[in-house]
Design a protein around this ligand. Structure first.
Ligand SMILES: O=P(O)(O)OC[C@H]1O[C@](O)(CO)[C@@H](O)[C@@H]1O
Length: 252
């Protein structure tokens, strides 16, 4: 796992966006694994402004999103599908039929999860998976304790994850209790992974991930088992890493 230190959120977003743009130029039919949440919005903003300037062509690319809330239809304003439309899909020429997000209102979420894995396999896997990290170390919606052999599956969200995401809903009662998420094994199949960590709120978990052995109690530690993971962390997120003298893990 290679950790790159950047100045701030802007530089983190630009660095990740450049990696994605380079990949799409080298491999126009690349499969991009995308994430939602606050951390990755800056990356999408960078992709959109690059698209406006350079017309980077996404016409042959595909995207697969990590997760979706169970019970929300794709056009529900708080669904991850709507988030992706708002923050990326409607601004670039990624064909709508190439944009995949699990269907949150599927009648049988377990079946939907199975089909999602099949779809990823049919696309020949994810070329680059973009990830954020939860304050408890979750990746996708794989909460602590999730088996490393999990494929796309139905999960019950922890109270802390629901609280962290409550900011997008008008009340805590509206925050869905379950989600469909790509599993740890599905994420590890990606050819390349870029994990973004920004802000003080993520400083403790970043230090824990770097320090800890691989353990299901901190799902992101599993990334140490993947051969091509780049963590891009800003100075605020590196505060605890610095305090604990763990800078040996970090490159500038
Ligand atoms: O970027 P945020 O909003 O801190 O969220 C961290 C992670 O948690 C999730 O919101 C839940 O999976 C992810 O989408 C995100 O990568």
């Amino acid at each position: 796992m290679k950790v790159i230190a950047v100045r701030d959120y802007k530089e983190m977003s630009q660095t990740a966006a450049k990696t994605i743009i380079r990949l799409v130029k080298e491999k126009p039919d690349a499969v991009l694994g995308l994430a939602t949440g606050g951390t990755v919005i800056g990356v999408y903003d960078e992709l959109i402004s690059d698209y406006a300037r350079n017309e980077t062509d996404y016409g042959h690319a595909h995207s697969v999103n990590l997760d979706e809330y169970v019970g929300l239809s794709s056009d529900h304003p708080q669904s991850y599908h709507s988030y992706m439309n708002e923050h990326l899909f409607q601004h670039i020429n990624l064909p709508p039929e190439h944009c995949h997000v699990p269907q949150g209102d599927a009648e049988d979420p377990a079946q939907e999860a199975k089909q999602y894995d099949q779809l990823i396999a049919e696309l020949d896997g994810v070329d680059l998976q973009l990830l954020g990290i939860g304050r408890n170390g979750h990746i996708g919606f794989n909460e602590p304790g999730t088996s490393f052999s999990s494929h796309t599956h139905l999960v019950e969200l922890t109270a802390s994850t629901r609280e962290a995401n409550a900011r997008y809903f008008t009340s805590m009662n509206e925050v869905p209790t379950h989600a469909i998420t790509m599993g740890i094994a599905s994420i590890l199949k990606s050819k390349r992974i870029v994990l973004l960590v920004s802000g003080e709120a993520k400083a403790a978990i970043l230090a824990e991930v770097l320090q800890s052995d691989v353990t299901t109690s901190i799902p992101a530690t599993v990334l140490k088992m993947h051969p091509d993971v780049t963590v891009i962390a800003d100075q605020d997120a590196l505060q605890v890493v610095r305090q604990k003298g763990l800078m040996e893990y970090v490159h500038d």
